[in-house]
Unconditional design. Structure first.
Length: 142
């Protein structure tokens, strides 16, 4: 399970250095093989390959009414590998599609990661915090 937030900078070639705390797990569970694709909320999702394969099957099984979302999620998916120093290349196409610049936020979301443009993430987080909590939290104990 991946969790936690990391403020990271992409290098000049668009490579993301995965935090050290996640590299061992990614090496053991996915042999360093990852898949990156778009998320409907404007960020990228980064999956260890075995988790991506489960997610891909769920998306592929959706009905024809979801065809455009299938295109967005599956058609934009790119397979990448951690290099010897723990970096992955985030393609220019995926960076442009999500507005990801040099400064990013990487969030562990359980079985995958979300990669956000840092300013976008901070603005959306502030908006969420200023609003009402969703109803599902009404009976939730913190």
């Amino acid at each position: 399970m991946f969790q936690g937030a990391s403020s990271l900078s992409l290098d000049a070639k668009g490579r993301l250095s995965m935090p050290t705390r996640h590299r061992e797990v990614l090496g053991a569970t996915a042999a360093g093989q990852l898949t990156i694709t778009r998320h409907p909320h404007g960020c990228l999702m980064i999956f260890p390959r075995p988790e991506w394969e489960k997610f891909r099957e769920r998306i592929a099984a959706l009905p024809m009414g979801a065809q455009w979302w299938k295109r967005i999620l599956l058609g934009n998916a790119m397979d990448v590998e951690l290099d010897s120093t723990g970096r992955v290349l985030v393609s220019p196409e995926l960076r442009a599609a999500t507005g990801i610049g040099k400064e990013t936020m990487l969030l562990g979301m359980g079985n995958h990661f979300e990669l956000w443009d840092k300013a976008t993430y901070e603005a959306k987080e502030a908006e969420a915090m200023a609003g009402e909590m969703p109803d599902v939290f009404r009976e939730f104990s913190f």
